[in-house]
Ligand binder design. Structure first.
Ligand code: AMP
Length: 121
């Protein structure tokens, strides 16, 4: 799938649409989900143009891959949901049609602040 420059997260990255920013560095942007499913529901997105996890795994540089994983930990610490600063959280990625992905810019969901419950419904 070709990357769509008009997707909502691309617009947030370009500053065309506001977001409730949690953290930003050279590799990632993190912000609160507009429609939170749990007490804490954050999104962590790479700054590069990747459609989904498969695209990212195949085409991102080692620095981008490490940067994203490190970014997730930093965000979890900032939100006090990491296992060293809080009680843990769930990181989730939807991939493609069957995975239920709606926004075609790769992103991690971080859920926390309460028990997250069943893994899959
Ligand atoms: P997914 O189904 O994995 O693609 O998740 C997309 C997520 O993006 C959903 O949880 C939406 O609530 C969230 N979302 C959509 N638009 C925005 C926005 N403008 N700001 C923050 N989160 C958004």
């Amino acid at each position: 799938m070709k990357y769509d420059d008009d997707n909502i997260f691309a617009k947030i990255l370009r500053g065309e649409i506001p977001c409730k920013k949690i953290y930003e560095d050279n590799f990632v942007l993190s912000f609160h989900d507009i429609n939170p499913q749990k007490k804490i529901h954050a999104l962590v997105i790479p700054k590069g143009k990747y459609v989904d996890l498969d695209d990212f795994s195949e085409n991102a540089s080692p620095e981008e891959i490490v940067g994203l994983l490190k970014g997730i930990k930093i965000v979890a610490q900032k939100l006090k949901i990491s296992t060293d600063k809080g009680k843990g959280y769930r990181a989730l990625v939807n991939i493609g049609e069957n995975g239920g992905q709606e926004v075609p810019h790769f992103h991690f969901h971080l859920f926390g602040g309460e028990k997250i419950g069943r893994m899959v419904q």
